[in-house]
Design a protein around this ligand. Sequence first.
Ligand code: TXA
Ligand code: MG
Length: 328
Amino acid sequence: MKTEWLDGLSDSGLQRAVQLLQAGECVAVPTETVYGLAADARNAAAVRAIFAAKGRPANHPLIVHLASAEQLPQWAASVPPQAWQLAQAFWPGPLTLLLPKAADVPEEVTGGLPSIGLRVPAHPLLQTLLRQLGSGVAAPSANPYKALSPTSAAQVMAGLDGRIAAVLDGGACEFGLESTIVDLTQPDQGIRILRAGPISRIAIEQVLGRPVEVPQQHNEAVPGNVQAHYQPRTPLHLFSSDELADFIKDGVGDDTGLLLWSPRLIGLACGRERALILPDNAPAFAQTLYQTLHEADQLGYRQLWLEQPPGTEDWLAVNDRLSRAASQ
Ligand code: TXA
Ligand code: MG
């Protein structure tokens, strides 16, 4: 299959994406988190093609993206007040709500689960596309199974060229990390964050006025939420700043790529080692993390050593993805 590159800034690019989705094809689309591999969520055959293109196990549930919160009742069997509160506060935006699935949503979308992940994305191109399509799109991140999520159209092509009908180029993603997932399937028994992301626990608690559980590291209870995930091809190892400082002082081999964020280590490495630099604040680090790991993968190192960020709550989503990326 020849993968079409569609320019998101032109009307014809957007029209073509809509036309392909209507015809049951898979199209990679920009979101404010990462690029998603979209198909019409009402078309079971189109949804199956997503799994085939990614090499993803069929029981891993997909998130359905909607144009607006008003469409929630078309996809969820019931919508608790907490869902409306969070939708009001954070949509359009990087938040996914898990709700009981409506009976007529194809089983393929949720991998046979009784719940469904729903999100109203903020990216203006995807918003326009969803309105024109008049349906929801199921869309996992647009990468081969277990690989790094793409944050640009070029990264989508690097992983899926020839396996999907098209990619709609909408520029670099604003957040660069996948959405926060909140489980609202049994709000009376507790509300849980299943995947940390750009919307923090504190922000969610402020809106709901009650405590919310956060994942310890990751939650294996859900198919697809696996530890070895979001991985570069080059083995990645995490070290504390102090450990890495000692290694740099001793000299690091040419086969090892360094990824650093603290001014101290960057200063130490400067002039001695080639290093990739990451920002020292969590939102900017998150925005560029996958892009930087993609770049590091191109440099042919045997291993990557990354300076682990602080363990504070603002780094929770970043540390979650890093621990998965470094997991063997
Ligand atoms: O930001 C994002 O969420 C991106 C963009 C494209 O929207 N999407 C994304 O999708 O990261 P994906 O498929 O790579 O990860 C979604 C994860 C699944 O692996 C699964 O753990 C969880 O969401 N999920 C989806 N539906 C679920 C359900 N019904 N029950 C439990 N977990 C679910
Ligand atoms: Mg993914």
